[in-house]
Design a protein around this ligand. Structure first.
Ligand SMILES: Cc1ncc(C[n+]2csc(CCOP(=O)(O)OP(=O)(O)O)c2C)c(N)n1
Length: 653
């Protein structure tokens, strides 16, 4: 109450209502070490209703994390460790950034998947080195969101018994009582998903009942558990409890005094934490003992199973072994044309044995995204050791749980679907960018080049939209060898997501004896074909499948004495990160006659082509037809490039 009041913004009511449940969990059940928030075998806690952040900050402070009362007083202020919603990597003990409702519960599913997978691989009957629970608190908003359906459906299907969610059934959302918008039978819903449901009814302040529910949840290891708890928002506030007024704004000084009176707390004290409360809540000793106990078992494990122990460390540290990429094929220009999605399949299967911690899957499109790890099977109930995730047609949880798996640690994950269906996963991808998680998105069917499926399946604005997303590295390779380097760049990148944008259609393999080497992918853009004179008459910049067109056009332009440079530009972000000296060699500021060719929205391209440049793109929703016809109809042709180039040169003369 005090922190929200001081900030004059935030959500006091939900932390107040959930305080007893949070107390029970953090004091009696959750295993964690405040002095080492990253201890690997800790229980994970996700506050899916991130707006109730003050609940978690209070817990972190009271239990002994590096979060002082001063930090609490800085709630929602510039550069504080207590931002409006919990932020991963900013505040010790915050496992995941939450705020957009529904995300946290999906992330928690990923954490439980990671635990199940690592446990299946490493645990021995007598030494369970990976053995922890994942807990999530979720609110009405979390469960109203469609995201919760995907999360619960996956978790129930997989029987993730160590996932325990507590539903804060407080009947209040922003607009008022949930009766105006919501009448789901939540218990029935989750039973239908194959969850264990424990309905505690109106026992929000019954410490023992809540504690028993957590115990029962832990005992059921074949199904995830939902504990439903009818709470009262702003419990104790005489005028605001059970009202939406307690949701998004401070209670007000007078109301806080009345509430403190209700709790028999000194009315005029602010930020009061009595010493005995502090020592009672401090979990540092218990946390240290828990970690020491784990270390003891880990040591036994190391002695009995030295190979597995070594491997476990490799999973956790994920250092790339030397030669990890040796088996990635090099493609010759005389090889048959190959779709970049098929190259991705080659790469995954060329590296997976070197990187056993790599796992991934598709949203029911594996035959098209070509992302199966052939040496393994599907991750299923009772087969958690397998590395292929069958996410079903659930792109949103696929991406959010992939973040959860990454956050858990010990695994590297890729997630695949058609590029256009990133629309169903965008909120999760955005959060992965915010958290700088190195998830690899394998997005195939990257343009109108997918052809007959038509408008609904043809991504148009998607390239532009992900290039606009801070923290995303998008790579759209031009041929098989670029695609192989794109995968290398993705694996080597540890700081944020990489999205590989790949074709359905086959692409010729660029002759690297004639044109520059494919390593140029690392630099984001490189000169594939150099002009003959000291400076080019025209520069063609293309990405992905359109690089082939640019090269063909360049040959024709050369025949007509128009000296042409061709730049392959698979990644704007990688190029932007190059030194100015390199960028100005690739794109000399004085050469203003530039044409960009890309089968996608022209939005953003003026950064590279400048005011005088032209863009040959697709600024409409495409159409259903064989792709070559679409390319012809929409002017993605050599002739159109020639005409555009000549037009620019004539105009200048
Ligand atoms: C996806 C999404 N939509 C909207 C919001 C804005 N928002 C924040 S809290 C909230 C509703 C809160 O109701 P509930 O989930 O029941 O939480 P409580 O008020 O009980 O804390 C909304 C709509 C959001 N955070 N995320």
């Amino acid at each position: 109450m005090d922190a929200v009041q001081k900030a004059n913004s935030g959500h006091p009511g939900t932390p107040m209502a959930l305080a007893p449940a949070a107390f029970v969990l953090w004091n009696r059940h959750l295993i964690y070490n405040p002095s080492n928030p990253k201890w690997f075998n800790r229980d994970r806690f996700v506050l899916s209703c991130g707006h109730a952040s003050m609940l978690q900050y209070a817990l972190l402070h009271l239990t002994g994390y590096d979060l002082s009362l001063e930090d609490i007083k800085q709630f929602r202020q510039w550069e504080s460790k207590t931002p409006g919603h919990p932020e991963y990597s900013l505040t010790p003990g915050i496992e995941v950034t939450t705020g957009p409702l529904g995300q946290g519960i999906m992330n928690a599913v990923g954490m439980a998947i990671a635990e199940a997978h690592l446990a299946a691989i490493f645990n021995k009957e007598e030494e369970k080195v990976i053995d922890h629970y994942t807990y999530a608190f979720c609110s009405d908003g979390d469960l109203m969101e469609g995201a919760s359906h995907e999360a619960a459906s996956v978790a129930g299907h997989l029987g993730l018994g160590k996932l325990i969610c507590l539903y804060d059934d407080n009947h209040i959302t922003i607009e008022g009582n949930t009766s105006i918008s919501y009448s789901d039978n939540v218990a029935g819903r989750f039973e239908g998903y194959n969850w264990q449901v424990i309905n505690l009814g109106d026992k929000a302040n019954d410490i023992e009942a809540i504690s028993d529910a957590f115990s029962k949840a832990k005992e059921e290891t074949t199904k995830p558990t939902l504990i439903i708890l009818r709470t009262h928002i702003a419990y104790g506030s005489p005028n605001k409890h059970d009202t939406s007024a307690a949701h998004g704004s401070p209670l007000g000084e007078d109301e806080i005094k009345l509430t403190k009176k209700f709790y028999q707390w000194p009315e005029d004290e602010k930020f009061l934490v009595p010493d005995d409360v502090k020592s009672f809540m401090d979990n540092r000793n218990e946390g240290r003992d828990a970690e020491m106990n784990w270390n003891y078992h880990l040591n036994n494990y190391k002695e009995k199973y030295p190979e597995e122990f070594k491997l476990l460390n490799q999973y956790i540290n994920q250092e790339l072994p030397s030669g990890w990429d040796n088996k990635i094929p090099e493609y010759k220009s005389t090889d048959a044309p190959k779709a970049t999605r098929s190259v991705s399949a080659d790469v995954i299967n060329a590296i997976e044995s070197q990187l056993p911690w790599l796992m991934g899957g598709s949203g029911d499109l594996e035959p098209s995204t070509e992302t199966i790890i052939k040496s393994s099977k599907y991750f299923e109930k009772n087969s958690y050791q397998n590395r292929n995730m069958a996410w079903g047609i659930r792109e949103h949880v696929m991406c959010a749980a992939s973040s959860g798996i990454t956050l858990h640690g010990g695994l590297r994950i890729f997630a695949a679907t058609f590029f256009v269906f990133t629309d169903y996963a965008r909120p999760a991808i955005r959060l992965a960018c915010i958290m700088k998680l190195p998830v690899i998105y394998v997005m195939t069917h990257d343009s109108i080049g997918l052809g007959e499926d038509g408008t609904t399946h043809q991504p148009i604005e998607h390239l532009a939209s992900f290039r606009a997303m801070p923290g995303m590295t998008l790579i759209r390779p031009a041929d098989a060898n670029e695609a192989a380097y794109a995968w290398r760049a993705a694996i080597e990148n540890k700081n944020g997501p990489v999205m590989l944008v790949l074709t359905r259609q086959k692409l010729s393999i660029i002759d690297r004896n004639k044109y520059a080497a494919a390593e140029g992918v690392y630099k984001g853009a490189y000169i594939l074909l150099n002009e003959k004179k000291s400076s080019p008459d025209i520069i063609l910049i293309a990405t992905g499948s359109e690089v082939e067109l640019a090269l063909q056009a360049a040959e024709k332009l050369e025949e007509q004495n128009i000296d042409t440079r061709v730049i392959s530009m698979p990644s704007w972000e990688l190029f932007r990160s190059q030194p100015e000296a390199y960028r100005s060699v690739v794109l000399p500021p004085a050469s203003k006659k530039r044409i960009a060719i890309e089968a996608g929205s022209s939005f953003g391209w003026h950064e590279w082509i400048g005011d005088e440049g032209k863009m040959i793109g697709v600024d409409h929703f495409g159409s259903s037809a064989p792709y070559k016809e679409l390319y012809n109809h929409y002017g993605l042709t050599v002739d159109h490039i020639l005409a555009t180039a000549k037009g620019m040169i004539l105009k200048n003369k």
